[in-house]
Design a binder for this molecule. Structure first.
Ligand code: HEM
Length: 509
């Protein structure tokens, strides 16, 4: 049906171009100009301020996403135009964390937009890419047990396996003459390998190799950059990646990636064997969910969800650990405070060699640093976007017409002075110890919110709570370039580079 509709649309376009004859070079710009003028001056959203280009076309959003620093553009436009900014003809960005909570609330009828449809696999949407709320709710319900904190604790051993490998690598760097460590890269390799273990009981081999094998991580980042841009103009995806000719362009062939190949391979192996695996990893738990409800949670969903976990969970967790490390190492007082807390806990026998979840929950300064990192530099750099229900909706006392896209950017929301204090640009863990931490936490969006709250939150928190205290207790690290900002660009996630340190042993475990 969809194919027939596409063919009809294509033939209508060809017929129109024929009818225009040689005048199309004039007619098309004229139509675009009329459309731009209509959006700018006659659309119901015209009263909202914003960049000129954004009021009549999606070009501002495309350009901003392409630039890799859309989160900074959003901060700037809110500073200039106020709390509601028109960032595309049909899209408004909101800066208020209170309004964001209303938009994301599960029962308000806001849907994900077609932005998400671009993210692969389009033929079998996973929990992240599914835009139909009813279908999404069914998929999420079946996948939620494998992601629960209780299940995650049973997977702690998988994380520890990978931690041991990381420690082994860092120990070697401590003994090297230059004591050089690209901590950012190693955290990235670690996050991918942990997810390989958790999802498929197999590491991808990044840590072992000490480099981005086959450029797989870079390829995933490039694909996500493409997805982020194309998500702003999703119909153009049919011209590019979904164009049948594109399967001949290797960089567009997602299935060719090491991570996807390994996931497909593991899936095929399990299906061939037909027996339950010894380790209850994510894939085997998803197979169990499929066995219990084969029609509601299909076999395709098993792969989509397990594979989606790698795509959604690796860059995000790595980025959060990198932000934490960078900000702590950059400030000698904060670094000293953290080491003191970790040393005291270790000396009191309250921090095991492999730190446990319950132990790290009792480290208030560490928790404050972690929250502050997620506040100042949330791992998702692009907006998350929702559609106002057809009948329209009131948000924060203002009415928004049905079909309006509402964009929420964590970098903007987490800088709200009313919620987070007068100095939101500063990395200051103390704000979580002296202020109303419970209230601030209600307005943190690093894991999204409502019905679409990150399903991997428990895993990410477990992984970070086990790994960061271990690193900061056992190693002394010094930034190679303490005066330089950490380099990054936003694809969907904030992909960072340049977190390089000199590393030495602090405590022999
Ligand atoms: C620190 C690490 C992480 C951060 C900061 C993070 C952030 C987010 C955010 C902001 C969303 C909401 C997106 C939206 O509404 O458009 C989200 C959703 C999601 N995340 Fe995460 N994530 C992290 C780790 C993980 C992990 C480890 C996994 C999987 C193993 C994962 C899987 C997902 C999925 C499947 C969704 C879609 C949920 C839904 O729509 O119901 N994430 N994440």
């Amino acid at each position: 049906m969809a194919v027939i509709q596409m063919e009809q649309r294509d033939s209508t376009i060809v017929a129109l171009l024929n009818a225009m004859g040689p005048y199309w070079t004039l007619v098309i710009p004229l139509v675009l100009a009329i459309r731009f003028t209509y959006y700018r001056y006659a659309s119901p959203l015209r009263r909202h301020p914003g960049p000129f280009l954004a009021s009549g076309s999606r070009a501002w959003k495309v350009w901003s996403t392409w630039s890799g620093h859309t989160e900074m553009d959003h901060i700037r436009v809110h500073e200039r135009y106020g709390p509601i900014v028109r960032i595309a003809p049909d899209e408004l960005s909101l800066a208020s964390p209170k309004a964001a909570r209303e938009v994301l609330a599960a029962d308000k009828g806001f849907h994900k937009t077609d932005f998400y449809k671009v993210f692969p696999p389009p033929e079998n949407p996973d929990i992240f890419t599914e835009t139909c709320e009813a279908v999404h709710a069914v998929k999420k319900r079946h996948a939620s047990n494998p992601y629960s904190m209780a299940t995650m604790h049973t997977m702690a051993a998988f994380i520890e396996d990978t931690q041991r490998l990381l420690v082994d690598k860092l120990d070697r760097m401590c003994k090297a003459q230059d004591q050089y460590c690209n901590l950012g890269n190693y955290l990235h390799y670690f996050a991918f390998d942990v997810l390989g273990e958790v999802a498929f009981s197999r590491k991808f081999g990044f840590l072992e190799a000490g480099f981005d094998v086959e450029g797989a991580i870079k390829l995933i980042d490039d694909i996500q950059w493409y997805d982020g841009i194309m998500g702003q103009i999703s119909e153009w995806d049919y011209v590019f990646r979904r164009n049948p000719l594109c399967k001949y362009i290797p960089s567009f062939d997602i299935g060719n990636n090491l991570v996807t190949r390994m996931a497909l391979d593991e899936m095929a192996k399990r299906k061939r064997s037909g027996k339950p695996t010894e380790r209850k990893d994510l894939l085997s738990q998803l197979f169990d969910a499929h066995a219990k409800a084969p029609e509601a949670f299909e076999e395709g969903d098993v792969f989509a969800v397990a594979h989606g976990a790698i795509m959604a969970g690796s860059d995000s967790t790595a980025s959060t650990m990198q932000s934490f490390s960078y900000h702590v190492l950059r400030d000698p007082t904060i670094y000293a405070n953290l080491k003191k807390e970790l040393d005291e806990a270790a000396a009191a026998g309250k921090l095991s060699d492999m730190p446990q979840w319950s132990e790290t929950q009792a480290l208030p300064y560490f928790q404050a640093c972690l929250k502050e990192g997620m506040r100042l530099r949330p791992a998702v750099g692009l907006n998350i976007c929702r559609l106002v229900p057809l009948e329209g909706a009131e948000i924060g006392g203002q009415f928004f017409p049905g079909g309006t896209r509402i964009a929420l950017n964590g970098w903007v929301l987490h800088r709200d002075k009313e919620i987070f204090g007068h100095d939101p640009e500063t990395f200051r863990p103390e704000r979580w110890l002296e202020g109303d931490a419970k209230m601030m936490e209600r307005f943190m969006f690093q894991f999204g919110g409502g019905a679409h709250l990150c399903i991997g939150k428990n895993l990410a928190l477990l992984e970070m709570n086990k790994t960061l205290p271990l690193l900061f207790r056992d190693y002394e690290m010094r930034l190679l370039r303490p005066d330089e900002e950490l380099q990054y660009h936003s694809t969907f996630f904030v992909v960072q580079s340049g977190l390089e340190v000199r590393i030495s042993q602090r405590r022999k475990a």
